[in-house]
Design a protein around this ligand. Structure first.
Ligand code: FES
Length: 271
């Protein structure tokens, strides 16, 4: 028996779909792009401001603490306060030490597959949401400069692992309070949570999952990789959550260190 197919042609509007109707969606599809735009814009403004401050990024021995802001770690400039340096100094750098390292975490976030989806939607409207017309007349994907640079994500991922290791070291170091010995303060908890969230963000990365499980036709031949892949896959499903929580928390960590360093807040010892 012949199957008769019938279909109703749906014509969307917008630049590439026609002049009148940009979407048939009746829900609040615009809410997600609005939230994305607001949070990312707030983060960029705050982190730029913090990176240029060049002060109050380290709580040192004078406060019996060893807390460094993640925006300034590793602190590589000769101007870095004693105790905050990473053991290697870049002589001749007169600007804020945050500007030396900013490119790595920034590059990692900017080229992240999840953030790409988010900011292409939120800022480029390309398209702003599923089943909503694109606002651009043409689409070349990521095949040309500058968007072809997004392919560098894997290399930023490697750099991110180095930064996570350094920030984990900072968190462990914070448990030692100069002149007082070992203990736990609110600051140590803040730095530790920050390091954990950054690890979760990196380990849930799509490039990380591909590195562990991709490029192989048989898991049986690679049992260790299979184990990694099995461990990373559920994390990968939550990559969006880790992307947002780590982004917000890294800024909050800088705020906390800044408040304590400036004397506006006391870093309470818990035990
Ligand atoms: S895909 Fe988001 S960090 Fe790699």
């Amino acid at each position: 028996m012949a199957v008769v197919e019938s279909s109703t042609k749906v014509v969307l509007g917008g630049t590439r779909g026609g002049p009148d109707v940009s979407t048939l969606r009746k829900d609040r599809w615009w809410l997600q792009p609005v939230i994305t735009t607001s949070v990312l814009t707030a983060f960029v403004i705050y982190s730029t401001w913090a990176a240029f401050q060049n002060k109050n990024y380290y709580v040192g021995a004078i406060f019996h603490r060893d807390l460094v802001s993640p925006f300034y770690s590793p602190c590589l400039a000769a101007s870095c306060p004693t105790g905050s340096t990473a053991g290697f100094i870049l002589h001749g750098w007169a600007l804020s030490p945050a500007l030396i390292i900013l490119i790595f975490p920034l590059g990692f976030r900017l080229t992240c597959y999840y953030y790409r989806r988010s900011y292409y939607r939120a800022f480029w409207w390309s398209p702003p949401a599923c089943a909503v017309a694109d606002s651009h007349a043409s689409y070349s994907g990521e095949t040309r400069f500058p968007l072809i640079m997004q392919n560098a994500h894997r290399y930023f991922f490697y750099a991110g692992l180095v930064f996570n290791t350094l920030l984990t070291y900072d968190a462990i170091r914070a448990f030692h309070q100069p002149g007082l010995g070992w203990g736990v303060t609110v600051g140590t908890v803040v730095l530790s949570v920050n390091a954990v969230l950054l690890w979760l963000y990196s380990l849930s990365c799509h490039a990380c999952r591909h590195l562990c499980g991709g490029g192989s036709n048989s898991f049986a031949a690679h049992p260790l990789r299979y184990r990694f892949w099995k461990f990373l896959t559920p994390l990968n499903a939550k990559h969006m959550n880790f992307a947002w929580s780590s982004l917000v928390f890294v800024a909050l960590t800088d705020v906390y260190v800044r408040l304590v360093a400036s004397g506006a807040l006391t870093d309470f010892k818990l035990f």
